[in-house]
Write a protein that binds this ligand. Structure first.
Ligand SMILES: [Zn+2]
Length: 165
């Protein structure tokens, strides 16, 4: 059975006790988390339950145009008040340069990319977190009523540490 087929089967069990009155599109904790898609970063690591937060994930936990779009929707339309940006140790984007990532994927795909792609490779995780904070704060629509704090998650220990500005 494929992973997708397993998910479809699990959904059949899930709907048995599903109660739409117990869920809301507005995050219970009024919190947005922007983090990497890395499998080692979990809800459990942050004491979270479904419904608590808007979890926005991409490779690296980068403030891309699309992440910014989601953050603005979350804050202005769905009432969130705090943003946690979490990058992590041992991130795949620290292991190769922008050029190396392009070359590797182009080689595996066997063709050139037909659209420009930036992977946002980085070397220093704390510096990268600070850059994401600076980038989001530079947008006119991001004001002081959105509290923004940056963190590094250590995948070796599971510990979260704050990056001071
Ligand atoms: Zn990562």
């Amino acid at each position: 059975m494929s992973a997708i087929d397993k998910a479809i089967a699990a959904n059949q069990d899930f709907i048995v006790n599903y109660d739409p009155n117990r869920v809301s599109p507005r995050p219970r904790l009024k919190l947005i988390i922007l983090t990497c898609m890395d499998t080692r970063i979990s809800y459990k690591a942050l004491g979270l339950e479904p419904g608590d937060v808007h979890m926005i994930r991409n490779a690296g936990g980068i403030v891309t145009d699309d992440a910014l779009r989601s953050i603005l929707v979350s804050h202005y339309l769905l009432g969130t008040e705090e943003l946690m940006i979490i990058n992590h140790t041992d991130c795949g984007l620290m292991k190769a340069s922008e050029e190396e990532l392009h070359a590797t994927i182009e080689s595996k795909a066997g063709v050139w990319s037909n659209t420009p792609i930036r992977f946002h490779a980085f070397k220093d995780v704390e510096k990268n977190v600070r850059e994401q904070i600076t980038k989001i704060k530079s947008h006119n629509w991001v004001k002081s009523d959105l509290t923004i704090r940056g963190f590094v998650y250590d995948v070796a220990t599971g510990k979260l540490r704050e990056v001071k500005a």
